[in-house]
Design a protein around this ligand. Structure first.
Ligand SMILES: [Zn+2]
Length: 107
C-alpha cells in the first residue's frame, strides 16, 4: 500500500493487475481516453468526448472552480450537477455508439 493502489485495476479478461496508464486517441471529432492490458490486449475506454461534450465539460469545470472560490446561489450548484449528469450520460452514449478500434500497436 503506497497510495498508488487506485491506479491498479484487475483485467476482466485475464485477471492480470493493470497499472492504469492513460492513453489518448483522436478519431475525427472524437477523443478517446483509454488504457489496455499488456498481457491480453483488452482495451478499456475511460471516456469518449466529442466537441459539444468537451464544451459542456469546460462549462462544468468552470462552475466547479467558481464554487470553490466564491459563494454562489444553490441554483448554480444544481445546474452544475445537471450538467455533470448529462455529460456522463452523453459520454456513455458515445462510448456505445462509437466503440474504440485500435491497431495492435496502439494497445
Ligand atoms: Zn488482460
Amino acid at each position: 500500500m503506497h497510495g498508488k493502489v487506485k491506479n491498479i485495476v484487475k483485467c476482466d479478461k485475464c485477471g492480470r493487475n493493470i497499472k492504469i496508464n492513460h492513453k489518448y486517441k483522436r478519431v475525427g471529432d472524437l477523443e478517446y481516453r483509454y488504457f489496455s492490458c499488456k498481457r491480453c490486449g483488452a482495451v478499456y475506454v475511460i471516456s469518449v468526448t466529442d466537441e459539444a461534450l468537451r464544451q459542456e465539460i469546460k462549462k462544468y469545470q468552470k462552475i466547479m472552480e467558481g464554487l470553490q472560490t466564491q459563494i454562489v446561489p444553490p441554483e448554480i450548484s444544481q445546474e452544475a450537477q445537471l450538467i455533470l449528469q448529462t455529460n456522463v450520460q452523453r459520454s456513455r452514449e458515445l462510448k456505445e455508439k462509437y466503440p474504440l478500434e485500435l491497431k495492435p500497436w496502439e494497445k
